[in-house]
Design a protein around this ligand. Structure first.
Ligand code: ADP
Ligand code: ZN
Ligand code: ZN
Length: 727
């Protein structure tokens, strides 16, 4: 029997395909890309294994072409991809496609020899700088390129605060281009480019534990906000970098935490690669190759960076490991935090999950002794933890979002020259517009939800499907002009605060004010400038920032998550509130947090006041134990949506009736919390078990039926293993 190639192709099928080599005996190694005929198309696939044909008598096609003479996917990543495909029951071809930069997927060469520099094109040399008078950033960039005829590297642009959007605009005009060049050799003899802080006793204990780790060793670095977790990472990785090893650091969102990124860049004289969403495909490929070749020593990126190939891996760090952004919510629904631990195990290196508010999943594993639990219980330097206060808002009129006492505290803080953060996790001006005469409310025609009024855009917008319409002047139902809004979002809060505090700047930071390229950086640098001012924002402001002069935070609408139908609501709300609280009092002055609540009797809110996350987590874990919910049980969610409700429902009902292992519960189908979205009716079937093995067996059974089911083609379905939110 001749050997065949087992090939993963980018198609939605959960299997490998057999092909013959182009010439018999000439077998490309696993990890090489090949061109194959698949149906009527030619696709680029990846050799995953070499073996016997699945069906001995089947006539097999030969591959058309081998693209690589050495594997472009390293063996460890190939194993990781296979494990992911098994665990998430996802097509291997799509897993590999998720793991690779798009240019590699398209067959581009996987070697680079230099760094990327922005240069003037031939036409750019003759471009007139004054023609850009109305685009000052582009003008600045063009001037810079004219001064540096040999090209300008990325770090210089960052240092000069020239946004890449300006260079991309010049590129569109045909005046600038990215070129690959060999940089002058780095000639720094010393690894450290700044003096490390002198570690506290607690920090030192954590650093030593990390440095002494041999081989695979998972750690939970459980340190309160402001306890100096970054300093622990930096010092723990120093000897590894000195030994020439690479460090992979995952962060929730690079744009949101430029400070953290800069601290990694500043400490060491080594090439740092930061992978972020603003990169072009070419830059992404470059970063990938430089990591793979071992040229990049520190690789910083968001969740997809977990797939970065490493030549000489030393450690993986997941910062703010509780953050929901590590879970991909579409396509391959992986959790990069879990993948980080798998990958560290395969690479036999330490992995650190750092957080002030660890996910219950992580805490549970630490409690069981599967992760080593390191604590930082004190704030670094002279800073003290903030004081949390509950503000009873039961008597507060519905249209007054900020209580008089909160406003008083804001005023006092501003007058003392300090900064205030007002946190509300809702964008827009008001979440509802209604008619006072007939009770009409503006709803999305395609989703079961209200339209949010965005006053500055003059529009009503659906936050689920982006549907928008103009604000009506009269009630579309009864013609009355008595339309009013109810509830409040960031826009209204900022407007009201600006009216109440005319002398102080009020800065709103949310997805709407930061949509334009570069706007987020601008807003954050204004916020960091620090003077007496008010920051109004959504959870974008809760993550990792260090605003030195911020002394007071007001949390509006704290109740939502505690009363939510999602069993993780209380966990996520507690984390969010403590993260907001953690932004205050990070320097010499004390921080205060006022939590406004219309349900001040809620016991969890009282636990929260102690600021002690461990206590809350213990309470929540007891609940999970009783209900058998994660981490004390395991879930998989099958979702289906279709234009006709009956079709999705019937599909899931058929699956729910499959006889599976009795240790697995099939719950549903039930309508999704948002029952209709973009005109599609949505249902969900939840599978639960105490142990993973029977659950995965049942999933496999269900999927096998599902993939053959006639309704599967009429519905959009997806499987979510370890779902993070229940929507
Ligand atoms: P975390 O990530 O734990 O919230 P950070 O790493 O942002 O905390 O540290 C908070 C602040 O404390 C930073 O400004 C940092 O420079 C400072 N810091 C950290 N460690 C020390 C130390 N050992 N001595 C003095 N300041 C420190
Ligand atoms: Zn009306
Ligand atoms: Zn909608």
């Amino acid at each position: 029997m001749p050997a065949v190639l087992k090939i993963a192709v980018p198609a939605p099928l959960r299997r490998l395909f057999d092909y013959l080599p182009a010439r018999s005996g000439d077998l490309p190694a696993p990890g090489c890309r090949v061109e194959v005929e698949f149906g009527r198309r030619t696709l680029i696939g990846v050799v995953c294994a070499i073996g016997e044909p699945e069906q001995p008598n089947q006539k097999l096609k030969s591959i058309k072409k081998v693209l690589d003479d050495t594997p472009v996917i390293d063996p460890d990543l190939l194993v990781l991809c296979q494990r992911i495909a098994d665990y998430y029951h996802h097509p291997i071809g799509d897993v590999i496609a998720t793991a690779l930069p798009s240019l590699i997927r398209q067959g581009q060469d996987a070697r680079v020899s230099g760094e990327l520099f922005w240069c003037l094109t031939e036409r750019g040399h003759y471009a007139d700088v004054s023609a850009l008078a109305r685009a000052p950033r582009q003008q600045q960039a063009l001037e810079l390129l004219k001064q540096h005829r040999l090209g300008v590297a990325m770090p210089m642009l960052t240092a000069l605060d020239i946004p890449r959007s300006a260079l991309q605009a010049l590129e569109k005009k045909g005046w600038a281009e990215l070129r690959e060049m060999i940089p002058e050799h780095l000639t720094s003899e010393t690894l450290l480019s700044e003096v490390p802080l002198s570690a506290s006793v607690e920090q030192q204990a954590a650093i030593s534990a990390l440095q002494e780790a041999k081989g695979f060793a998972p750690f939970l670095l459980d340190g309160i906000t402001g306890s100096g977790k970054t300093e622990v990472y930096l010092q723990a990785m120093t000897p590894l970098l000195a030994a020439g090893k690479q460090i992979l650091v995952l962060v929730p969102e690079i744009g949101l935490t430029p400070q953290t990124v800069r601290r990694f860049e500043k400490r060491f004289n080594v090439p740092v690669e930061s992978l972020h969403s603003g990169m072009t495909d070419r830059e992404r490929l470059h970063g990938w190759v430089r990591s793979r070749q071992g040229d990049a020593k520190i690789i910083l990126g968001t969740r997809s960076a977990i797939f970065t190939p490493l030549q000489n891996p030393g450690m993986i760090i997941v910062d703010e490991a509780h953050d929901g952004s590590f879970k991909q919510q579409e396509g391959l629904r992986y959790n990069a935090r879990d993948l980080a631990v798998w990958r560290a195990r395969m690479l036999d290196i330490p992995v650190v999950l750092g957080s002030a508010t660890p996910a219950l999943e992580t805490l549970y594993l630490a409690e069981q002794g599967r992760y080593r639990h390191l604590h930082l219980r004190e704030r670094a330097g002279d800073a003290n933890p903030p004081t949390l206060k509950l503000e009873d808002c039961r008597q507060l009129p519905g249209n007054t979002p900020i209580s008089p006492r909160s406003l008083e505290a804001i005023r006092a803080t501003l007058n003392a020259g300090q900064q205030v953060l007002v946190f509300i996790n809702r964008r827009g001006y008001a979440p509802v517009i209604q008619c006072n005469d007939c009770g009409w409310q503006a709803e999305c025609p395609r989703c079961d939800t209200f339209l949010t009024w965005h006053k500055s855009f003059g529009k009503l917008v659906c936050h689920h499907c982006e549907h928008e319409r103009r604000v009506p002047a009269h009630c579309p139902s009864c013609g009355s002009s008595a339309l009013t809004d109810a509830g409040s979002g960031t826009e209204k809060i900022a407007e009201q605060l600006q009216k109440a505090l005319p002398k102080f700047p009020v800065l709103r930071i949310d997805r709407d004010t930061t949509r334009r390229k570069g706007a987020l950086d601008e807003a954050l640098s204004k916020a960091h400038a620090g003077g007496a001012s008010v920051l109004v924002g959504t959870q974008m402001l809760a993550k990792g920032h260090h605003f030195a002069n911020l002394a007071l935070a007001i949390v509006l609408d704290a109740d939502g998550g505690f009363l939510s139908a999602d069993f993780r609501g209380p966990e996520h709300s507690s984390q969010l509130i403590l993260q907001v609280a953690g932004r205050t009092g990070r320097a010499q002055h004390a921080g205060t947090v006022i939590i406004q609540s219309r349900h001040p009797e809620h016991p969890l809110l009282h636990t929260l006041l102690s600021g002690n996350y461990a206590t809350i987590a213990r309470t929540l874990l007891q609940d999970r134990q009783m209900t058998g919910l994660p981490p004390c049980g395991h879930l998989a969610m099958l979702r289906s949506e279709s234009l006709k409700a009956a079709e999705s429902f019937e599909l899931l009902s058929d699956l729910a009736s499959i006889e599976v292992d009795p240790r697995v519960q099939m719950l549903g189908p039930i309508p999704a919390p948002l029952e209709r979205r973009q005109g599609r009716y949505r249902f969900q079937l939840l599978m639960r078990a105490d142990h993973r093995a029977p659950l995965h067996g049942a999933i496999e059974q269900v999927l096998t039926v599902l993939e053959q089911h006639p309704l599967a083609r009429r519905c959009r379905w997806n499987l979510d293993v370890d779902p993070l939110d229940m929507l």
